[in-house]
Design a binder for this molecule. Structure first.
Ligand SMILES: Nc1ncnc2c1ncn2[C@@H]1O[C@H](COP(=O)(O)OP(=O)(O)OP(=O)(O)O)[C@@H](O)[C@H]1O
Length: 699
């Protein structure tokens, strides 16, 4: 019986084919299912670099490129116009990675051409420090070594990248990004295979689920082809797969990885994997930071599984909504304090509150930002209910010490605000999380598994709630977080909240969203300091890399906001003229005011702008905070002026607290990093007047 597998690259190709050609592809695939191998006319090609490559007729113009894996098994790699299919088929060669045992494809013709064109070996190459034995251990083929010795710059490696086998390229990118041989080895170690038979393509293909999917039959194939753009549903990076499909974690597990490394994707696969094994009536909670992100998660989950029983076992809800629902069910009606009201309460309490002598020797009131942070990050975080307890409390992550007399003053102001909230019968989301946690602790835990996305921004009260919703034990909590995308102020130690992840943390480092060029710029914004993760350990960006290449991001300097806006209209207009769908275009800005202004200007220029209240689709204009978790094919980040970013209102002054000032600045950097890494293919930045000091130089 002829069995068909599909290659990862075939999916996006299929998505772009005309319906008529898609039907012809379906028919060709159908022949495999009907076992009519003889009628398939798999053609060998003269001059092919690989003896196992065949092509198959799809229609008059299109041919499929197929790899014979042995034992009557075939993989459909791509479907292309006739001449392109032949060119692709003769140039490619398939080999088995000697360390990992996976099937790899290389553009042999491209490699040959590169070898002919390049200069003699560089005296100090990018890989001079790597021995032949180390290359072999890392799975890099010996026949590539002479070529690699010639590589002296990232640029050269970049131009060779598209021709190399993927997992070998991954190793080379890791080494080029500064990882040591041992660090790259550590990333591979779990996946190495002993006794690899480099002639056995079929076994290798079965070991390569990130590239080749064996389909069980027409039903599974139809399900895959129904969403051909969602490559992540079928093909996971080996580390993603390993993390998502591990049978048992003995307790809470933490998955870190910076922007675009597939944390959400991994969490979704884990949710389905766990839900499939649960009996009816038992449930998985899949939760995240905001309602918009929860909605996005639910949409992706529905694309991953169509099984109604599995869907019914997964609750997708934001942490705030969950807390609200638990409290309403437990205590009856509650009214959530609107963000603006809370801001006003802190403003007026700060103004009317006590004064103190700051470091610059000035008599001043406490700033609303400082007071509010003190309440949220110290008082609510540690559930302090008395002045005495606050006087004694440690102020982890809060910078300069606060003397007892000052603490008394701060407590007085905090009581003014909490009193005002209570008088109006209002609760903030953070207060509600603790109320909900108290209720949850009194009843049996409702969930068997809890999965948390965007965990870096959750408040200790929210973690207490989530901890209370699932009984401690194997596979209880699966947490996804990136400390570099922390844009609120929570500095959490999970261990202190009864969530011990030690020995169960994994890191994803391959960025699937953003091009190498965009990522390069985004990482520069962060300033290079390590940051502390939820597990209390230093997290670094070593080895963080992208798999796609693209154009250099553009930074446009303008004299006036009007000029900047005109250029934005032109830029967005060009993207739309090029056929980019309006919803695939994003415009990120620092302030709500700018959102309104830019939205109005685009509207006036007849560019459709998304409006969630009215339910209209279009270009999304939003604050950088609101961009968290989203992504866009083309992204503009505008209004990056000195007076706008960092936002003056978000900074504690250095005179009030230098440590808090530094922390606030870093948070603004992270915010810009979040914004920039929302771009998939194209990133455009602009400012008017003096540029923001947080912007790196764009060459
Ligand atoms: N294995 C994969 N194959 C193809 N695409 C993938 C894969 N993993 C992730 N992606 C894509 O990469 C993009 C980023 O994935 P995802 O949103 O899961 O990353 P993330 O780490 O949660 O990002 P962020 O922290 O920036 O929100 C998405 O478009 C996703 O579909």
């Amino acid at each position: 019986m002829a069995e068909l597998a599909i290659g990862r690259d075939f999916l996006p190709t299929y998505a772009r084919l005309q319906r008529r050609v898609q039907r012809a592809v379906d028919a060709a695939i159908g022949k495999f299912a009907e076992h009519t191998h003889a009628g398939l006319h798999l053609e060998k090609l003269t001059g092919a670099r690989d003896p196992n490559i065949r092509t198959i007729r799809i229609d008059q113009f299109y041919r499929g490129v197929v790899l014979a894996l042995g034992e009557d098994r075939y993989a459909l790699l791509d479907v292309l116009p006739h001449d392109d299919a032949i060119a692709f088929a003769v140039s490619r060669r398939f080999t088995v990675n000697q360390a990992l045992g996976v099937l790899e494809m290389r553009d042999q013709a491209g490699i040959e051409e590169f070898t002919r064109a390049e200069a003699p070996p560089a005296s100090v190459g990018l890989f001079t420090h790597v021995s032949v034995a180390d290359f072999t251990r890392l799975g890099v083929d010996e026949d590539l070594l002479p070529l690699l010795r010639v590589i002296a710059t990232d640029k050269q490696l970049e131009s060779l990248a598209g021709h190399l086998p993927e997992s070998q390229l991954d190793v080379l990118l890791g080494l080029a990004s500064g990882l040591s041989v041992e660090e790259v080895w550590a990333e591979l170690a779990d996946r190495t295979v002993s006794g690899v038979d480099t002639d056995d393509l079929l076994t290798a293909a079965r070991r390569t689920p990130e590239r080749i999917a064996f389909v069980s039959g027409p039903v599974e194939l139809a399900a895959i082809l129904a969403h051909p753009f969602d490559v992540w549903r079928t093909f996971l990076h080996p580390t993603q797969r390993d993390v998502a499909y591990r049978d048992t974690y003995s307790g809470p597990a933490l998955v870190t990885g910076s922007a675009g490394t597939g944390k959400t994707v991994t969490g979704l696969h884990r949710a389905v994997f766990l839900a499939e094994r649960l009996p009816d009536g038992e449930k998985v909670l899949l939760t995240t930071f905001t309602r918009a992100l929860a909605d996005a998660l639910a949409r992706q989950l529905y694309r991953l599984t169509s099984d109604p029983a599995v869907r019914a076992r997964i609750d997708v809800i934001s942490v705030d909504k969950l807390a609200y629902e638990i409290v309403t069910r437990g205590n009856g009606r509650v009214t959530v304090a609107d963000g603006e009201i809370v801001d006003q309460l802190w403003e007026s309490a700060a103004k009317a509150g006590p004064t103190y002598l700051n470091r610059a020797g000035q008599v001043t009131t406490y700033s609303p930002a400082f007071l509010r942070h003190e309440w949220e990050q110290v008082v609510l975080a540690q559930q302090l209910t008395t002045r005495e307890a606050y006087r004694e409390a440690t102020r982890r992550g809060r910078g300069a010490g606060l003397r007892a007399a000052h603490r008394d003053q701060v407590w007085t102001v905090i009581e003014m605000v909490t009193g005002a909230l209570a008088k109006r019968r209002l609760r903030t989301h953070t207060q509600l999380a603790d109320d909900a946690a108290a209720i949850a602790r009194r009843v049996p835990a409702p969930y068997r598994h809890v999965i948390v996305d965007e965990g870096q921004d959750l408040h200790p009260a929210q973690w207490r709630l989530l901890r209370a919703l699932v009984a401690p034990g194997p596979n209880d909590m699966f947490l996804l977080a990136d400390p570099y995308q922390r844009i609120y102020d929570s500095h959490v130690s999970l261990a202190q909240l009864g969530i011990e992840v030690r020995g169960r943390t994994r890191r994803l480092s391959v960025n699937y969203r953003t091009t190498h060029e965009i990522l390069d710029l985004s990482v520069k914004v962060l300033g290079g300091d390590a940051t502390v993760g939820l597990d209390g350990q230093d997290d670094t960006l070593r080895g963080y890399r992208s798999v796609t290449r693209g154009g250099i991001p553009e930074l446009a300097a303008h004299v006036s906001r009007d000029g900047e806006c005109e250029a934005l209209i032109e830029r967005v207009g060009t993207w739309l003229d090029q056929g980019v769908e309006p919803h695939a275009v994003g415009v990120a800005v620092r302030t709500g005011q700018l959102v309104k202004a830019v939205g109005r200007i685009l509207n006036d220029a007849h560019i459709p702008v998304a409006d969630d209240k009215r339910g209209t689709d279009g270009v999304r204009v939003a604050t950088m905070h609101r961009m968290k978790g989203l992504e866009f094919q083309c992204l503009a980040v505008v209004g990056l002026d000195a007076g706008v970013l960092p936002a003056p209102h978000a900074l504690t002054s250095a005179a009030e607290d230098p440590h808090a000032h530094r922390q606030d600045l870093q948070r603004e950097r992270c915010l810009l990093f979040v914004a920039l890494t929302r771009a998939r293919d194209v990133l455009y930045l602009s400012h008017s007047g003096t540029p923001s000091p947080l912007l790196p130089v764009v060459r």
